[in-house]
Design a binder for this molecule. Structure first.
Ligand code: GLN
Length: 280
């Protein structure tokens, strides 16, 4: 017989051998998903026998992960801001550091919000779940991504209007103004060697790269956002750790005031925001 503790050990060893640097956490998630147990359950039941079915599910997931498929794609979900989100290779895997974007969005009042390049819907669904009265929109250029986001909204019972659009260019947005525009756009430089590492090779390239300096999409969003924001409305953009100064410059040039950058838990510049001036 194989106990849960033994299955956990085997899974962890296989993932370590395959080069995962998060083998312990990933093995726990695989065994929890295979057995339906939570963190506490894993400890309480560690001497129990794994059922045949659970063992087969765990082996299958471990094998795929060991082949290099990101765990979120193997399991089909990722937890973000307390929400369990379905993900597929059509969408970027939500990152922990993107919770900073959500926290910054929630740090001031707003009645209407729009998320540009929503992917799985992670950012707008986290915002809507924390501010149920806000009216929320989100767009993506990828119809496949929008299907994932719509399914997540339905599963979580959260009402968001999804629009197929390249940033704010769709007719559906014409004449619309929001209190808050947020985006985790693509911002990696086209030749960045990181693109060959971690989960990045498996993720949609259109969600990752943005021209030679990684800032093409941030420039486009900064140019389009002012005519879609109310006075005093805010734009919040996630960006790379070394792009803060350039993004602040782009926002100031586009007419934003009160331009500032929030850092992630490791102290790196991560989210830059600007406000539309109150007076003309
Ligand atoms: N933060 C992601 C990474 O570097 C990139 C996400 C993005 O381009 N928006 O792994």
């Amino acid at each position: 017989m194989t106990t849960i503790a033994a299955a956990l050990r085997e899974c962890r060893a296989a993932l370590s051998k395959a080069g995962s640097d998060e083998a312990r956490a990933e093995a726990r998630l695989i065994i929890m998903t295979a057995t339906g147990l939570d963190e506490a359950g894993l400890i309480v039941h560690d001497c129990d026998e794994m059922s045949k079915d659970a063992l087969a599910r765990a082996k299958d997931a471990t094998g795929k992960r060991a082949e290099g498929i990101p765990l979120a794609y193997v399991l089909g979900f990722r937890d973000f801001f307390g929400l369990r989100l379905a993900v597929s290779p059509a969408v970027l895997i939500p990152r922990n550091e993107t919770e900073i974007l959500v926290e910054q969005a929630l740090s001031a009042p707003f009645a209407t919000a729009c998320d540009l390049g929503t992917g799985s819907g992670a950012v707008i669904l986290a915002i809507k779940s924390s501010r149920p009265k806000a009216q929320c929109w989100a767009c993506d250029l990828s119809e496949e991504a929008l299907e994932v986001a719509r399914a997540n909204a339905r599963a979580l019972g959260l009402e968001v209007s999804f629009v197929r659009s390249s940033w704010l260019l769709s007719d559906e947005f014409s004449g619309m103004r929001f209190d808050l525009i947020v985006s985790n756009p693509p911002y990696i430089e086209e030749g960045d060697p990181h693109l060959a590492r971690t989960s990045l090779p498996c993720e949609p390239r259109m969600a990752l790269t943005s021209g030679r300096d990684g800032l093409d999409d941030i420039r486009a969003i900064a140019a389009q956002a002012p005519s879609h924001l109310n006075k005093g409305g805010r734009l919040l953009l996630e960006h790379g750790f070394d792009q803060g100064e350039r993004v602040r410059g782009i926002l100031r040039k586009a007419g934003f005031s009160d331009v500032r950058t929030a850092r992630d838990l490791e102290g790196r510049e991560r989210v830059t925001s600007g406000a539309m001036p109150q007076a003309d």
